[in-house]
Design a binder for this molecule. Structure first.
Ligand code: UT7
Length: 320
């Protein structure tokens, strides 16, 4: 029988502090109206100064582990998608491994910015289907606030912090699981969205610089193309998708993808209004939100899609 990577449980964490658009009006020349109209964002969570990405990842992982009913000893490995690690090294994944008391096994970070969680899912899926691991913890965790220039209104209004996690298990007797993953990057677009610093250049992490309009145009086109590829590869039609769980960067991009799929917004999980863009954390945060509030049910088909700096873009079709 085919071996599939099944989502056993989800978990997520958002920092306590909420920064509203009104709060940001006091920092830069912007308005609540502009932010809502252009992005759909109303508020975002911001990590406390001493709170690192691993602290959020650990909380999300604990909640996923609790929901799964498993013990730390049942988990074989940890993959964390992040662009904002605590330190250049070691990885956030080893911090999670130590905090949860997991036994020795593979633990590493994946960096594909906003597409990172789907990339990490795909890597985990390969490990599970080839028998390298039986159960793996996959996390998306970001402290994007640490990459923001709080004087740049074109970026500081967009991002937030948080973490989401899933536990995947290799199963041969289930028709649920990851049905396909689709990963892309095109480095010729690397200067559309980047940080103006880094370990081997400035020795600092730098701040986010984004050519928003160009990223927006590419996002609309590339998301339309990749969702079509997912449908074709799986020989399904969009009416067979129960939930679109997109990367949460901009409500207009999300609505454009839903329109391309002929899907009503009622079948789209939207968290961008409350979370802002949390990069690699946005999809697992959205997934956990909709699982816990009962919208996403076992047996339903989920389409995940994301685009981020690189440019990278990715999608996954999952039977939950
Ligand atoms: O997660 C990774 C992927 N990222 C994305 O997918 C983001 C993609 N891009 C976007 O979401 C949008 O391009 C933005 C939300 C970033 C910007 O929206 P836009 O409709 O593309 O606006 P714009 O950049 O063309 O700016 C329009 C105007 C400009 O003024 P002028 O030149 O027309 O006078 C900006 O200076 O809005 C101005 N502006 C602002 N005004 C008030 C830019 N930022 C702000 C702001 N508040 N925060």
């Amino acid at each position: 029988m085919t071996c599939r990577s099944v989502i056993l449980a989800t978990g997520s964490y958002l920092p306590e502090k909420i920064l509203t658009n009104k709060d940001i009006e006091k920092l830069v020349d912007t308005t609540d109206d502009w932010i809502v109209q252009r992005t759909g964002i109303r508020e975002r969570h911001i990590a406390a100064p001493g709170q690192a990405t691993s602290d959020m990842a650990i909380q999300a992982a604990r909640r996923a582990l609790e929901a799964s009913g498993l013990t730390p000893n049942d988990i074989d490995g940890v993959i964390v998608a992040t662009t904002t690690p605590d330190r250049s090294f070691p990885s956030v994944a080893v911090c999670v491994q130590a905090a949860l008391g997991l036994r020795a096994g593979p633990a590493f970070d994946v960096q594909a910015v906003c597409s990172g969680f789907v990339y990490a899912l795909s890597v985990a899926d390969s490990f599970l289907r080839t028998g390298v691991m039986k159960r793996v913890l996959v996390i998306g965790a970001e402290k994007m606030s640490s990459l923001l220039n709080w004087e740049d209104r074109t970026t500081c209004v967009l991002f937030g912090d948080g973490a989401g996690a899933v536990i995947l298990e290799a199963q041969t007797e289930s028709d649920s699981g990851i049905l396909s993953t689709h990963l892309y990057a095109d480095g010729k677009f690397r200067d559309l969205l980047y940080t103006d610093g880094g370990t081997s250049t400035t020795g600092t992490s730098g701040h986010i610089i984004m050519h928003g309009k160009e990223v927006f145009k590419n996002a609309v086109t590339l998301m339309s193309e990749i969702v079509q590829e997912v449908l074709d590869k799986n020989t399904i039609t969009s009416d067979q998708i129960d939930w679109l769980v997109p990367h949460q960067a901009n409500l207009r991009i999300i609505a454009g993808t839903a329109e391309k799929l002929n899907m009503s917004m009622e079948k789209v999980v939207v968290t961008v209004d409350k979370h802002g863009n949390t990069s690699a954390a946005s999809i697992p945060l959205a997934l956990d939100t909709a699982v816990r509030d009962g919208r996403i049910q076992r047996g339903q088909t989920l389409l995940l899609e994301a685009l981020g700096g690189g440019l990278t873009w990715a999608a996954a079709l999952i039977k939950y």
